[in-house]
Design a protein around this ligand. Structure first.
Ligand SMILES: Cc1cc2nc3c(=O)[nH]c(=O)nc-3n(C[C@H](O)[C@H](O)[C@H](O)COP(=O)(O)OP(=O)(O)OC[C@H]3O[C@@H](n4cnc5c(N)ncnc54)[C@H](O)[C@@H]3O)c2cc1C
Length: 404
């Protein structure tokens, strides 16, 4: 693995340009409509599938990029188009990441294609960790999984909440506790196959932003899955539980393993939203005049734009570094993945708010996209670990002190 470089090779450039073109011509024009409709934009997903953007092959090629830069760069471009639609297109990737992080190669081969389907028969995946009483503190998951040796099957019971694609997904990856006394170390991930009896959608949430992405509760009522649906297999789980019971340190944790691989990509999504708002505000500031000159000639506005550009570039550099560290197997000694998510999320909220200010009253109404970008940005200080939790991870990493 090479040194850190910002140079993209020709293949990467082509893919990024292709995604940008799709975001510009298909996603951005549909953004307002699907934000208002507040439902999964199936026709846009179909278009994405037709061109190969919504597909296992495409996601796999991004993950396979040895520099680590392609996946976040693609996320930035797509979410520059629209975050709600972007999340609908890439939401299944979170379920896939849960399978890849914990599954055997055979399980990845079996379930990976079912997370996406094919044009005309699209499938969705969901990654179900959060619960009503366990969001940041995933050690408190109440959803339980009980093994029945006679039938080599598991029974899952519990309620998951805030789940992207929850209840409408074909493949649900569910993190459940097999031994509550062990906290996070007693948890395992399961695939719940399509149409499994007992898995139902609970309440669908009406949200502030990313409204084209479906978010709902998932209720698991005596859901029976075969032993083969335990990701990683029973032997590995038993070995992991034994280590925990003997007080030996953990190798990985089911949910945490997934989040580590996805954080720089999530940071890049926030950068995409921020960039959209910045570009729009820059163009607007050159066009709008007050007191006889374009508002960009007022230093107060020009300096805002300078700060927006600077923070966006800093956020991008942080996610690029974290992605490179992940791809090159460098340990995150200072919580660099969390730093990238933390800074990008807060940058997106700040930049989009500045953009509203630059547009004045026009920034505050739905005729312009800027207020939507601000609403969309806020989720990036909340999901995939809140800003406080990212700070906790960084603080612990840099201090070696257990800060709670
Ligand atoms: C739109 C949307 C989509 C989502 N998609 C998914 C999904 O697909 N799958 C999934 O599993 N989950 C998903 N989530 C859940 C999301 O990850 C959680 O909402 C998030 O982790 C926060 O958990 P919580 O809401 O329970 O807040 P809490 O954990 O209750 O936190 C409340 C507040 O306390 C703070 N806090 C908590 N603990 C500490 C601490 N130790 N120190 C300092 N401050 C602390 C938090 O930062 C926050 O400000 C989604 C959420 C939303 C809103």
């Amino acid at each position: 693995m090479g040194d850190f470089s910002l140079d993209l090779n020709e293949d990467q450039r082509q893919v990024i340009n292709w995604v940008h073109e799709f975001a510009d011509s298909v996603v951005r024009p549909a953004a307002h409509e699907w934000d208002e409709r507040e439902e999964t934009p199936w026709p846009i997903l179909e278009e994405a599938a037709k061109v190969g953007l919504y597909s296992l092959d495409f996601v796999a090629s991004c993950f396979a990029d040895s520099t680590g830069q392609l996946l976040p760069a693609v996320n930035e471009e797509l979410f520059w188009g629209d975050a709600g639609i972007g999340l609908s297109i890439l939401g299944s990737t979170l379920g896939l990441a849960g399978i890849v992080a914990n599954g055997t190669p055979a399980q990845v081969g079996e379930w990976g294609p079912q997370c996406f389907g094919a044009p005309g028969e699209l499938k969705l995946a969901a990654f179900c960790v959060s619960e009503p009483d366990a969001g940041s503190d995933v050690s408190q998951l109440k959803t339980g999984a009980v093994y029945d040796e006679a039938s080599d099957s598991w029974r899952l019971n519990g309620t998951k909440t805030w789940i992207t694609n929850g209840g409408i997904a074909d493949v649900h990856v569910v993190v459940a506790s097999v031994d509550h006394t062990l906290g996070s170390r007693g948890q395992a991930s399961f695939v719940v196959p399509p149409k499994t009896v007992g898995l139902e959608m609970g309440r669908k949430f009406e949200k502030m932003g990313i409204r084209a992405s479906h978010t709902a509760e998932v209720v698991l009522n005596d859901v029976k899955v075969p032993g083969s649906c335990l990701l990683g297999g029973k032997d590995k789980l038993d070995e992991r539980l034994a280590r925990a019971r003997q007080g030996k340190p953990a190798k990985t944790q089911a949910a945490m393993a997934t989040f580590e691989t996805t954080r720089p990509a999530v940071a890049a999504q926030a950068v995409g939203i921020a960039r959209a708002a910045y570009e729009y505000a820059l163009a607007y500031a050159k066009d709008r005049s007050t007191f006889g000159k374009p508002i960009i000639e007022h230093q107060a506005i020009a300096f805002k734009l300078a700060d927006m550009a600077t923070r966006i570039d800093a956020a991008r550099l942080l996610y690029q570094r974290a992605a490179w560290m992940g791809a090159s197997g460098r340990p995150f000694r200072a919580g660099e993945g969390s730093m990238s998510k933390l800074f990008a999320g807060e940058t997106a909220v700040w930049v989009t708010e500045q953009a509203i200010q630059i547009l004045g009253g026009y920034g505050y109404v739905r005729d312009y996209p800027v207020e939507r970008w601000h609403r969309d940005s806020k989720i990036y200080t909340i999901f995939e670990g809140t800003s406080e939790i990212q700070r906790l991870i960084v603080a612990r990493a840099i201090s070696a002190v257990h800060i709670a």
